[in-house]
Design a protein around this ligand. Sequence first.
Ligand SMILES: *Cc1c(COP(=O)(O)O)cnc(C)c1O
Length: 392
Amino acid sequence: MGTNKDDTKFGTHVVHSGTQHIGDAVNTPIFQSSTYKLTEERYAGWAAGAQHTLLYARMSTVNSDAVAQKLTALEGGEDAETFSSGMAAISTTMLALLEQGDHVVASADVYGGTYGLLATELPRFGVHTTMADMQDPSSYEAAIQENTKMLYIETLTNPVLKVCDIEAMVAVAKRHDLLIVIDNTFASPWGCQPLTMGVDLVIHSTTKYLGGHSDLIGGAVVGSKDLIAEIFKRKIHFGGSPDAHSSYLLERGMRTLDVRMPRICENAAEIARRLEAHPMVVRVYHTQLESHPDYEVAQRTMPKGSGMVAFVVKGGDDAALKFMRNLNIIYEATSLGGVESLIECPFNSSHMFVPEDVRVAAGVVPGFVRLSIGIEDKDDLWADIAQALAAV
Ligand SMILES: *Cc1c(COP(=O)(O)O)cnc(C)c1O
């Protein structure tokens, strides 16, 4: 099974699409070989550009091709390339599609690594970015210049969980004939399929929900055959290719995406509702709460929910730290999207080097914590949160 242009449902694609039944194996076996015997067929593949040809593992592996095909089906794309990390996927995509003199419109609350790439690395090569507001498509439109080439957005931002109005952003991109690229990591293709809304390229840190078990680092980009071929040409020069073993783990993780996500989202919505009613909690952010500023947009772009919950603990950062350290089931760790719940304070992790006034203006007020909900029992999760809040 290759694409999802047929009637096959998501839950079948996650299990079967892309899986390589070599030697009649039910699962894609781990192909731990850096290179392959050159045959006429392989020379022909090389001459045609080498994409998805088994020549050398920087170009393609059986296991990374299985992942690429599965993700292509899940996002409804034509093709995909996979990478050794989410940042390798993002940087290779930018370096493939942007040239000296080009301009990008993005938002200051993009993922920290992406912000660093746009704000400090790409300017060294003559590519400049204007930071607009992800919540306001008209701010993106106002930032467009003569030399603008790309609009860059995220489905759901970190850590304030702003929701992007993808369709409105696509309309801006189409009006000005620009590429529009989205980082869909926080939603996963179960939660949102931006290609179906007209986005050109979807990027994932597969480290998160797609892998789903906090045991690998990876990235991917999905889109049209032409754009992915351009990105592949640069991937083999920049070298951020994934290895067979992590690709195997990723494929294995992806196969349960359709059962993990409903559980995660149900848990997250319930925890968010209970937090909202707790006297020690000042404010809660979750896309399924009607109090969320982007509730209406979330109902259109990712109606099935999300696994991220952010909230503000009464008493500021000291109280938030005390609360986190009182937890027994939920671990204090960076990253998200695994089967286990993880919690962190942005002020001493993802936003450590963001000046305090900028952080507060972005909504990361004292006491702010970010929670990635896992698949544990929701009553156990709530009991852990309640006892930890009570002990602050
Ligand atoms: C984690 C993350 C990245 C970077 O991915 P790595 O796999 O850590 O390189 C990019 N974007 C988002 C939204 C992320 O959460």
